[in-house]
Design a protein around this ligand. Structure first.
Ligand SMILES: CC[C@@H](C(=O)O)C(=O)SCCNC(=O)CCNC(=O)[C@H](O)C(C)(C)COP(=O)(O)OP(=O)(O)OC[C@H]1O[C@@H](n2cnc3c(N)ncnc32)[C@H](O)[C@@H]1OP(=O)(O)O
Ligand SMILES: [Co+2]
Length: 141
């Protein structure tokens, strides 16, 4: 597998509204997308555009949110995951499994509307890694 484009850095936050104010007023972000709920992933999401990538703000949605444990340990929030693009999600899953890395669940639709999966941080040098199929040109995500 060839390492693809960095799509986004996930940042967990207890309050997307407060984080939006931070990225706007302190970081000078000019393009901050409208937040939206993603119940299937247990998070509320807001994309902050940078010139070459995106920051993905994620706030827990519901008590069983996958980021609840992270926020319990880091109540002010923090860097949560890094997401790389790949051309073929199923080939990428087979690649990581072949390397003995723990893929967390089956590929599912992520915030950009393409298939994603996560690889366990303990098998990825301490970094929770999201793998995302590259959006196709002409399809809006
Ligand atoms: C917006 C949708 C989507 C997108 O399209 O972009 C998203 O990004 S959704 C983002 C949220 N979803 C997920 O994170 C799903 C995958 N995550 C998980 O399955 C779990 O969070 C986890 C990675 C298995 C961790 O589970 P948890 O119960 O929170 O913690 P543990 O105590 O079991 O952790 C085990 C181990 O891993 C360390 N850890 C946990 N989270 C992270 C992290 N974000 N970065 C680095 N390390 C992390 C934790 O400290 C434990 O370490 P040890 O104690 O040393 O074993
Ligand atoms: Co993400």
């Amino acid at each position: 597998m060839k390492l693809g484009r960095l799509n986004h850095v996930g940042v967990a936050t207890p309050s997307i509204e407060k984080s939006i104010a931070f990225y706007r007023d302190v970081m000078g972000a000019e393009v901050i997308r409208e937040p939206f709920d993603l119940p299937a992933q247990g998070v509320k999401v807001c994309f902050v555009d940078t010139p070459n990538s995106q920051i993905e703000l994620i706030e827990p949605l519901g008590e069983s949110s996958p980021i609840a444990g992270f926020l319990a340990k880091n109540p002010d929030g923090g860097q949560h995951h890094i997401c790389y693009e790949v051309p073929d999600i199923h080939a990428a899953k087979a690649w990581f499994e072949g390397k003995g890395a723990r893929v967390l669940g089956e590929p599912r639709i992520g915030a950009h509307g393409t298939l994603i999966f996560f690889v366990h941080p303990r098998d990825m040098g301490g970094v929770l890694t999201e793998i995302m199929e590259t959006p196709r040109p002409g399809v809006s995500h």
